[in-house]
Design a protein around this ligand. Structure first.
Ligand SMILES: C[S@@+](CC[C@H](N)C(=O)[O-])C[C@H]1O[C@@H](n2cnc3c(N)ncnc32)[C@H](O)[C@@H]1O
Length: 410
């Protein structure tokens, strides 16, 4: 298949400044000479975590208003985990043990809820209410006033256990079964939502464009549905961690079928355009929770200012590349672990625009608002996202932030 050619770096920069993702001010100031001068020896060293918090106070304070103090407190407290059950390990007694400790599988619970809501909406249809199936029309699906969108069934083999709201019990570390495969993988449970949104169907060809260290790759394998799975990450050292996760959780015959690569995801379309039914684009971002808590590898470190400022452009390029890698009729899920609209909705809007104007590819963002209904017992959602869904950290449900948005390629 002939690959669609992505724009050059110079063209990207022009497009991004033109579209306002990188303001001219940011662009010019990041190129002025003082940014290349070493810091004066006497200059006070403000830790990157503090810089991150200042930055978030200014931007998220405005964005979230009176909800920001609660989100801020949650970001600064211990996060909650979910235990993604490893279906490749002998896990039956594991589920029993977790349930004994009061943990529940939030994915099955949502599937049950979806089923009963769907039955309810079918009753509604019989009574003559107007409801439409999961939005595949143009633009974001608009629900007629007074009706709620019918929930898409959460058909997944994934099982992920969490403790109830307000319960801050920790999971004990996973243990190996008789074949050495670990029983569960501890992760931010909200990270599973992008995988559930992708809705992998049997035999789908799936691309995980920014895959390392591999939590979501493992979750994709747990669906048991991938016909082929390509897991890519530009970082060779992080790809090694992906291999480690695969060897700790996945039997040899299954992991050998996963194609692991270390390409720059922005070039993917040149290699394999229009090939995949489902593409996950889980981009590098300001990793808000990490940035306020950890000094190591902190994107708010002064020497990484330019890299941080250029993140929306990198994210946009990766998302465009993900769209180009998708077959017509396929889906892309874009996700970040940031609250920033500049890294979330803004990237989606620009990608839809560029896909249309430069590549003649029509995409639209799907309505995922039923996720709020289905998962509201486990996560706190923002109700303000123009496109996609955002899980807000909260002390009673300290997951996220996770933003996810699904694009359907016409
Ligand atoms: C948020 S992390 C992905 C986490 C992963 N999906 C998971 O669930 O474990 C973003 C990843 O993007 C990778 N990355 C950054 N720039 C990239 C590029 N140009 N192409 C491909 N991967 C890239 C980083 O190395 C990093 O591992």
């Amino acid at each position: 298949m002939a690959a669609e050619r992505p724009p050059s770096e110079a063209q990207w920069l022009e497009v991004t400044v033109m579209l306002g993702i990188l303001s001219l001010g940011d662009f010019v100031s990041s190129h002025t000479p003082q940014n290349f001068l070493p810091q004066a020896a006497t200059a006070p060293r403000i830790p990157a975590t503090r810089l991150a918090l200042h930055h978030f106070d200014a931007s998220y304070g405005l964005q979230l208003g009176e909800r920001w103090p609660a989100v801020r407190a949650a970001l600064l407290c211990e996060q909650k985990y979910g235990a993604l059950l490893n279906s490749f390990a002998s896990a039956e007694h594991v589920a029993q043990e977790l349930e004994l400790h009061n943990a529940t599988d939030f994915v099955s619970e949502a599937a049950r809820k979806a089923q009963s809501l769907l039955q309810g909406s079918e009753v509604g249809v019989e009574k003559g209410e107007s409801v439409s199936p999961e939005g595949h029309g143009g633009g974001r699906t608009v629900t007629p006033a007074g009706t709620s969108p019918p929930p898409a069934p959460i058909g997944s083999n994934i099982k992920c256990y969490t403790f109830p709201r307000g319960d801050i019990t920790r999971f004990r570390p996973a243990w190996p079964d008789s074949l050495g495969l670990l029983s569960y993988y501890l992760m931010d449970a909200a990270s599973l939502l992008p995988i559930l949104a992708l809705n992998v169907q049997p035999d789908d060809f799936v691309l995980d464009l920014c895959a390392a260290p591999g939590g979501k790759t493992l979750a994709l394998l747990q669906t048991g549905a991938c016909g082929h799975l390509a897991a890519n990450d530009v970082s060779i050292s992080r790809t090694k961690r992906l291999y480690q996760i695969l060897s700790s959780y996945v039997p040899k015959n299954v992991r050998e079928a996963v194609s692991v690569t270390s390409y720059d995801g922005r070039d993917w379309a040149e290699l394999e355009g229009g090939t995949f039914h489902k593409v996950l684009v889980d981009v590098p971002c300001t990793t808000d929770r990490h940035s306020v808590m950890e000094t190591d590898n902190n994107i708010f470190h002064r020497r990484r200012t330019k890299e941080r400022q250029m993140l929306p452009m990198l994210q946009l390029q990766l998302l465009i590349s993900g769209i180009l890698a998708t077959k017509p009729g396929g889906d892309v899920v874009y996700s970040t672990c940031s609250l920033s609209p500049l890294q979330n909705e803004y990237v989606i809007e620009r990608a839809i625009e560029i896909a249309e104007t430069q590549f003649n590819i029509t995409t639209h963002a799907e309505d995922l608002s039923h996720f709020r209904t289905l998962f509201q017992d486990t996560f706190c959602f923002s109700s303000d996202c123009r496109l996609g869904e955002l899980v807000l950290p909260h002390l009673t449900a300290n997951f996220g932030p996770i933003y996810f948005c699904k694009l359907h390629r016409a």
